[in-house]
Design a protein around this ligand. Structure first.
Ligand code: SAM
Length: 218
């Protein structure tokens, strides 16, 4: 328990520093382009240290940042000081279960989170439930490689990597899981994440929409 807390503290404290090179080389640009498409009532799951905050456009009317990890949440609270206003909330919800009513949000954001949630399926079901009809999931995730030798290494390294990197999984096929939820992917870009080892390099980013007549799942 104590070891877990120390690990979580170190991860939260070092996150921005460890990611700085990759942020500069690609992530900042990807975040900016993706999050420009956010609007209305927005939920960000696994908000981490709050790196997405500067990218939200003014047409986002309300921002709810959820972050279950206490140490990450402390970093988030520190960072949001500069953005603090009445349209911003911070919560400790996990992505699998928020307790919010159905159809609460127009936009849900997940960047580098669906690799870490304990249940991808439950998290995506909750996202689907929380989205309003015509609402969007904006996602940016690292995923299983298309390259068979890299896949083999991803499977081999996953248990150790998970221990070091906050339960992060290397072998998730997140695009397929998003489609299985009933969301329609209307933009999808695959790109290598610069400055990272091959086993976490493959990413997808894009927009998945809940259909307007989404009373029933497709
Ligand atoms: C790699 S960090 C990504 C942080 C940030 N979203 C970003 O883009 O840099 C993964 C985040 O997911 C959070 N996380 C882990 N399990 C989660 C869960 N079940 N629900 C929501 N977030 C979770 C972690 O606490 C961590 O802040």
């Amino acid at each position: 328990m104590v070891m877990k807390q120390i690990h979580s503290y170190l991860l939260a404290k070092s996150y921005d520093y460890v990611m700085r090179n990759t942020e500069k080389r690609c992530l900042q640009g990807w975040r900016k382009e993706l999050l420009a498409q956010a609007s209305g009532d927005l939920l960000e799951i696994g908000a981490g240290t709050g790196v997405n905050l500067p990218h939200y456009p003014n047409r986002v009317s309300r921002i709810t940042l959820s972050e279950p990890d206490l140490q990450m949440r402390n970093q988030l609270q520190r960072k949001t000081g500069q953005f603090q206003n009445e349209r911003l909330d911070i919560t400790s919800w996990g992505a699998e279960s928020t307790g919010m009513p159905d159809a609460s949000f127009d936009t849900i954001v997940s960047t580098l989170v669906l690799c870490s949630v304990p249940s991808l399926e439950n998290s995506l079901n909750e996202i689907y439930r929380l989205l309003r009809p015509n609402g969007v999931l904006l996602f940016l995730e690292h995923v299983i490689s298309n390259h068979p030798p890299t896949r083999i290494w991803q499977h081999r390294l996953e248990p150790l990597w998970g221990l070091c990197a906050g339960n992060c999984r290397l072998t998730r096929d997140t695009a397929t899981a998003i489609l299985a939820t009933g969301l329609q992917i209307e933009q999808l870009t695959e790109a290598p994440m610069a400055g990272t080892p091959a086993f976490v390099r493959g990413t997808i980013r894009g927009i998945a929409r809940k259909s307007l007549d989404s009373g029933e799942r497709v």
